[in-house]
Every structure is written in structure tokens, then in C-alpha cells.
Design a protein around this ligand. Sequence first.
Ligand code: ZN
Ligand code: ZN
Ligand code: ZN
Length: 81
Amino acid sequence: MATKSNIDAHKCCKCKTTKCLKLYCVCFVAESYCTEACSCKKCCNLLDYEDTVEVACEQAKVRNPLAFSTKVHSLDQVYDL
Ligand SMILES: [Zn+2]
Ligand SMILES: [Zn+2]
Ligand SMILES: [Zn+2]
């Protein structure tokens, strides 16, 4: 599952209140874990929280089936949490 080779395209987020488990997080939407390059706070989008991330991901997909297939370009402007 973690064998995607799009690391170069990985984006950094700066979530402060969503624990990076919401669609506001570019990392979460990209289905990748946050990295040290991210400036998020209280992040739960980490390998340590694998189960939590998986559940949140499933829930997000149920709520927003299109969210993960739609490329969002300007999340920063809209959701600058
Ligand atoms: Zn985030
Ligand atoms: Zn991140
Ligand atoms: Zn994060």
C-alpha cells in the first residue's frame, strides 16, 4: 500500500485544527502521511496512527466520494486553518 512512487509530488500541509484527518489536508487527500516538511499541529496523519488514518479515510470517502479523485489546486487559499 505504501509503494506509491509519487513522493516527489508530495505536498506539505499546515493544518492546525484538523489533525490532518480531514479533506482540508493536502497530505490526507493525497493519501499520504505527513512528513517533517509539513507544519501541521497535533498531526494524526502519521504511520503511528495508521488505523486512525485508515478509518478517517474511509469515512471521508463515504462522505465525499469525489474528493479523492478530484484534484484541488488552491486548498490553501480556501482553507487556511
Ligand atoms: Zn495536514
Ligand atoms: Zn501534512
Ligand atoms: Zn499533518
